[in-house]
Design a protein around this ligand. Structure first.
Ligand code: PXP
Length: 236
């Protein structure tokens, strides 16, 4: 199981003061030393946390960089120039607090098709962030990407009350693998809810950010990453 730490919210703290600390690149290096397989960042159109310069530095320094992005042309151009190992296409709305749902694949996605082609032509592995439903999985397979990231937000919001969202993830992970796509997962995963998701055998990559950065305030980022890594390994 690959575990990539999303360091967006290290940059959120920096941007709260528009200064140079804390540095998400330094934090990323600490995450890798503590057992993360790589780093995930989301360059948003509104640049509310990660900045272009962070992407430049991380594309040189990270062992493995998974860049989340929407289909904005200037961000696609930057990705093509910097060639992170992986790009995860996500939907983006300006007013959202965080990425709220998976990509809408119900037709008219020529922007998405063009973005996939552009990234793939640059040699970047492309993943699509989708809701864990059959339609999205089948459309992703038709779009020819090698991987999808299943949105775990519904599970994270409801795991205390019901097992339904976990069942949906389990079914979606099976279907994704059967469709020949690699299965990634993420969003809203925490030290309390990660184990059931990490135990789904088809999932080969987890992207976790907020909970790790939040815990790092108490125990330091190395320990926060090591603790999450142990939880993930223990559930496999
Ligand atoms: N995966 C994707 C596609 C995301 O957009 C995010 C949030 O940026 C994450 C994973 C990480 O979510 P969280 O910060 O809730 O762990």
């Amino acid at each position: 199981m690959r575990f990539y730490v999303n360091v967006d919210h290290v940059a959120t703290v920096r941007e709260a003061r528009k200064t140079d600390e804390p540095d998400p690149v330094e934090a990323a290096m600490e995450c890798e030393r503590a057992g993360a397989d790589g780093i995930t960042i989301h360059l948003r159109e509104d640049r509310r946390h990660i900045q272009d310069a962070d992407v430049r530095r991380l594309s040189e320094k990270a062992r493995y960089l998974n860049l989340e992005l929407a289909t904005a042309p200037e961000i696609l151009d930057l990705a093509v120039e910097l060639r992170p190992q992986q790009a995860t296409l996500v939907p983006e709305k300006r007013e959202e607090v965080t990425t709220e749902g998976g990509l809408d694949l119900a037709g008219g996605e020529s922007r998405l098709e063009n973005a996939i082609a552009k990234l793939a032509d640059a040699g970047i592995r492309v993943s699509l962030f989708i809701d864990p439903d059959e339609f999205s999985i089948r459309r992703s397979a038709e779009l020819g990407v090698p991987a999808v990231e299943l949105h775990t937000g519904d599970y994270a919001n409801s795991y205390r009350e019901s097992g339904k969202a976990l069942e949906r993830l389990q079914t979606a992970a099976k279907l994704t693998k059967q469709a020949g796509l690699a299965v990634h997962a993420g969003h809203g995963l925490t030290y309390k809810n990660v184990t059931h998701v990490a135990a789904i055998p088809e999932i080969e990559e987890l992207n976790i950010g907020h909970s790790v950065v939040a815990r790092s305030i108490r125990v330091g980022i190395r320990q926060a990453v090591a603790e999450m890594r142990s939880l993930i390994e223990a559930s496999r």
